[in-house]
Design a protein around this ligand. Sequence first.
Ligand code: FE2
Length: 338
Amino acid sequence: MEIHLEDVKITDDGHLSVRFKEEDHTGTFPPGFLQEHSYSNGHLALKKQATKINPEHVGVVPEVQWSDVRDSEESLYQCLKNINEHGLCMVRNGSIDGKLVEKFALKIGPIWDNTYGAVWDVKSQKTPTNFGYTNKEMQYHMDLPFYQAMPGIEFLHCLRFDATVEGGQTLFLDITDIAENFRKDHPEEFNILATIPFTFARVHNDRDYPINMVIRRPIIQLNREHEVVAVFWNPTVTGALQAEENEVESFYKAYQLFAKQLYSCQDKEMVVRLQPGEIVIWNNRRLVHRRNAFHGDGDRHFRGVYIDICEYKSRLSILSQKYGDGSSIKRVGNGDWF
Ligand SMILES: [Fe+2]
C-alpha cells in the first residue's frame, strides 16, 4: 500500500508533524528521533565521532567511593561512565566481605559464568593449574579470548594484600589506542594482523572439567571503513597458526612487532596496587592487563567476576539517559562502533 502525506509542518516546540492521508493519522517526530534515523553523511560522521575515545582520557585512572556506588544509582552511573571514557575505574574504601564483588557486579548485570566459575579467586597455590595462580610476572593479556564472546567487564576485588608482599601490582594499557598507532607506524604489519586469523586455544585435560576451546580470529578487527573495532591479545593461550605456508613468517614478524609496540608504550601504562577492600573494574575488550611478580612473607588474594559487554552497555545507556546527557557510548571493543 502506498502512503501519501497530506500535511507536513514544524510544530511550535520544534517537532516535525506529519499527517498521513490514507491512515487518517498524524505522527509527531522529535528532533532527536530524526537525527537518530537520519541517513545524511554529516549526521553519520557526527555519530561516529561521538563514539571515538578521547586520547586525553587514555592513561588516567579515575576513582569512586564504595559507599557512594553502594547507595546511589547516580554514583554507579559515574563509575560506568569512567569505564566508558578511561577503560577502567577504581572503587576505593570497600570492605573485605567475600560477597562484595558479586553484590557490586549484580548492580550492573548478571555475572558471566564460565569454565573457571562465575566467581574465581586469584591466589598463589603450591601446585598451580594456571599461570595466574603462581606469584610470577604475567605479561599483557586479555582474559579468555578463546571464547567467541569473551568477557566484557572484569572486576578484581582485593580481599588480602599484605604490606610485606613486594610487587604484585596490576598494570593496564589501552590496546585499542596502541593498535591505531601501530597502523601509522607499521601499515603492512597492521594489515597482516587485521586479515590473517590467529589461533587462540585453551586445551587443558588434567582438571575436573576438561577444556578444549579453539577459535581463529584476526588479532585486529576492522569495520568496513577500516576502523579498529576490536583487538584480541593473549600470548599464553596460543594454538597452531592455520595460515598458508607463505604467510607464516610475515605473520610472526608482525606479531612480534606488535608485542614490541605494546611494551614500548609503558609511559601510558596505568599502575594499580590494590589495597584490601578495593575493587578495580575494567573493560577486558579495550585494555590489556599484566601483573608484576610478587615475593615476601604474606598473602595476596583477589576475587574476580565478569559481566558481558552487552549487559554493561545496556546499563550504561539506561543510566546515561536517567542521570547524564544520554551521550554516546564509546567503542567498547565488541566489533561495532557504537
Ligand atoms: Fe588476567
